[in-house]
Design a protein around this ligand. Structure first.
Ligand code: AMP
Length: 217
């Protein structure tokens, strides 16, 4: 089963992808995570991407397409993937279609998470991530038991350097300019399902589970 999660930054793609990957044995493919790992490892693509990510821009298509093509070819992806943060532009979506066709894979659904703009900035600016296990928190909506410490593994919580109010504005602008056209692209392919991303993470997960059940059936 192969799924894309589509939605603006802060819509809950990462949280939902993590939960769904765990419950269904699928692989979460987050291009943001891949680029951050490449940056932290000092890899060439990471060095190119770092200043763009910091400023809230989009990394050039050829870089992210190359990273996804390499990752999708790995054997652990055979059971299925959840793409989170890719594609983000029409050329990326077209490249993904070609990539899937050439590897005999199909896309089952593209799930759009719809969230009011006003909620996005608060969600992003308040979010914290565990450097150890990747668990996600929010300073007011989902605080850890001890400030700055992960409940799950005791790791230190950090704020992404692009989760600032100034950068969020740029990232939202990029979303509406370059990524939102994908909603029409996948609607035309009959693959789009839209969910209310304003609901609680548990409720969104329940609805997403329903979509996945339909795919499995
Ligand atoms: P994310 O973790 O998905 O919010 O991505 C963080 C940042 O990584 C984005 O703001 C972009 O700078 C970059 N990025 C991630 N995925 C892509 C993509 N598919 N295309 C271009 N840039 C991306």
């Amino acid at each position: 089963m192969n799924i894309i999660l589509l939605g603006p930054p802060g819509s809950g793609k990462g949280t939902q992808a993590r939960m769904l990957a765990k419950s269904r044995g699928l692989v979460q493919l987050s291009t943001g995570d891949m680029l951050r790992a490449a940056r932290d490892a000092g890899a060439e693509i990471g060095r190119l991407a770092a200043p763009i990510m910091k400023a809230g821009g989009l990394v050039p298509d050829d870089i992210v397409i190359g990273a996804v093509a390499e990752r999708i070819a790995k054997p652990d992806v055979a059971r299925g993937f959840i793409l989170d943060g890719f594609p983000r532009t029409l050329p990326q979506a077209a490249a993904l279609d070609r990539l899937l066709a050439s590897t005999g894979k199909t896309l089952d659904h593209v799930v759009e998470l719809k969230v009011d703009d006003a909620a996005l900035t608060d969600r992003i600016v308040g979010r914290r991530t565990c450097g150890g296990c990747g668990a996600m928190y929010h300073v007011t909506a989902k605080p850890p038991k001890a400030e700055g410490i992960c409940d799950v593994c005791g790791g230190a919580l950090t704020r992404r350097e692009d989760d600032t109010p100034e950068t969020v504005e740029k990232r939202l602008w990029e979303y509406y300019k370059s990524t939102a056209p994908l909603i029409g692209y996948y609607y035309a392919q009959g693959k789009l399902v839209s969910l209310d991303g304003m609901a609680s993470p548990e409720e969104v997960a329940r609805q997403l589970g329903g979509v996945v059940e339909r795919v499995a059936a």
